[in-house]
Design a protein around this ligand. Structure first.
Ligand SMILES: Nc1ncnc2c1ncn2[C@@H]1O[C@H](COP(=O)(O)OP(=O)(O)OP(=O)(O)O)[C@@H](O)[C@H]1O
Ligand SMILES: [Mg+2]
Length: 266
């Protein structure tokens, strides 16, 4: 990619994405490639996430959704292409700047990834210790822990161990841990997987209420068609390493393209 192209993309993305769309772009991915040996996973993927929206990315298992999200937060490096988060090009950031940027990005990992040897409270305090600069010197973390737990309806679990919680509760605690840093963007990797339909619905409702309360922009990776229907304002289908189709749930679910239809068959 030439410098000119990079500059154009950067200018294009910082506030006004194009002539017709005035919304601010908070994540921009252009032409991203990523392979593991012979395994070509992302083959020129592109997408934009606008401020305050709920965007769902669907793709079948192994299509590269988690890889894409890891490239986005700098946990993995793409082979080529351009990735920008809140106006900053990920590949050009030094450790410290990347760390600062990450404090504005909440990442709900696939599974809940709580530390089993720590109490709920300690799990929630953990990211606060890493991002002291953002939060200032917090003498007593209790009010922040309580606020985060109240947001997910689990204030009473503060002193429990993860082993004492159900799968749905763990997922909510993981969400509380993500919220404690008041992120501007939340990346959800399969937030409802492994949960029964009722608990999944509760998590989806929680995601919605968080978005309304804090105005966060959310990128939601899911297999769950019901989740996509309820939460998405816009959807992208990741097929064969590219952004194969993009639109509202209503538009995509009405498509007659066999590769698109396949997502909506029950
Ligand atoms: N660190 C790695 N080393 C080698 N191959 C990897 C690595 N991470 C992912 N892959 C491969 O990249 C491909 C995409 O993996 P990824 O985890 O992104 O899939 P996914 O779309 O998130 O699937 P799922 O829906 O099952 O979570 C897979 O073929 C996987 O084997
Ligand atoms: Mg995955």
């Amino acid at each position: 990619m030439t410098n000119e192209q990079v500059r154009y993309m950067s200018e294009n993305s910082t506030s006004k994405s194009n002539d017709t769309d005035e919304r601010k772009v908070v994540i921009l991915i252009r032409d991203v490639h990523k392979s593991f040996g012979e395994n070509l996973v992302l083959k020129g993927f592109h997408m934009k996430l606008y401020e305050g929206e709920n965007l769902v990315v669907m793709g079948k298992s192994g299509s590269g959704k988690s890889v894409m999200i890891k490239c986005l937060v700098g946990l993995m490096t793409s082979d080529s292409g351009y990735i920008e988060v809140m106006g900053k090009e990920i590949a050009r950031l030094d450790r410290q700047t990347l760390d600062e940027l990450r404090s504005d990005i909440g990442f709900l990992f696939q599974g809940s990834a709580l530390y089993d040897s720590m109490t709920v409270r300690e799990n929630l305090e953990f990211p606060m210790r890493r991002h002291k600069e953002k939060l200032g010197i917090v003498q007593d973390t209790t009010p922040l822990v309580i606020e985060a737990l109240e947001n997910v309806g689990l204030a009473h679990t503060m002193n429990l161990m993860p082993a004492e919680l159900s799968g749905g509760m763990k997922r909510r605690i993981a969400l509380a841990r993500t919220l404690i840093l008041k992120p501007k963007i939340i990346l959800y990797d399969e937030p409802t997987s492994g949960l029964d339909p009722i608990t999944a619905k509760e998590i989806i409702e929680l995601m919605r209420s968080i978005q309304q309360k804090y105005g966060t922009s959310s990128l939601i990776i899911t297999h769950d068609v019901d989740c996509a229907r309820v939460i998405s304002e816009r959807m992208i289908l990741l097929v064969d390493g590219v952004n194969y189709a993009e639109g509202s749930y209503a538009e995509l679910s009405a498509s007659t393209d066999p590769k698109v239809e396949a997502f909506f068959k029950k």
